[in-house]
Design a protein around this ligand. Sequence first.
Ligand SMILES: [Zn+2]
Length: 284
Amino acid sequence: MESESEVDDRFAPAIDGHVHLMPDRLMRAIRDALTAEAGWSFVHPTDKEAMEAALSAAGVERYLALPYAHRPDMAADLNEWVLGRAAESEMAVPFATVHGDDDVADVVEAAFAAGARGLKFQCPVQECGPTDPRLDPAFELAAKYDRPILFHAGTAPHFEDSPHVGVEQFETFLDSYPDVRAACAHMGAFETDAFLALARDHENAFLDTSFVTSTAASEYVGSTVGIEDDAFETLSESIFYGSDYPNIPYPYAAERAGLLDRELSTATLRDLFGRTAERFLGER
Ligand SMILES: [Zn+2]
């Protein structure tokens, strides 16, 4: 694996489509939960300056800054915090979130008006997913303002029993909101093949690679997600690189190494590491 300090021009300039930027107290709570549930330990910084220095040193030019709200009445402040950090950043592309029990339309409308570029839902943790009728106002505003949505809609790493995830729900969303660009994090793991099939059939369906294509994936999510190189080649306009940084229990370089180690064409790597995220954001 390349060292953290060496910038690989097959990777840079990259967009990291899955980074968590949240206040320290919240990050600590999330990490404590992951440590308790999965035994993971974390070495990466959580403050914006140190995170951006590390991402930038790796060759990342911009990143999607993703919050999520695990309970009601916190999303509005959280969104405002993320937007504030992004305003003083050259790298952060701010996303917003909302909880199903919030005044959904108000929270989302305010976030979009203040510059949020899309929405993020950590469905199993937030206990509201792509078919939750409480979120319809958010989805309608995403369509109206042409803002994409990133869902953690897959069953990995330990959400097989959650009623808020799964490929059927994601497909229902795509059919209900055909104009909204929607991504499923972690390539839809553990239902990756079914999510890849959806990406083949729906122009507005996207997948991010976070966690599951890293060289460390099999160690942390059990069975290796066996994605063929051909899937990246044929769906490169629907799959974008993401990392889940800084909440990953392994070096940041492992995320890109898992893709760079494959036999992928230069054009496919440019899609994965930048162009497809731009398409998801509506920039191309
Ligand atoms: Zn994440």
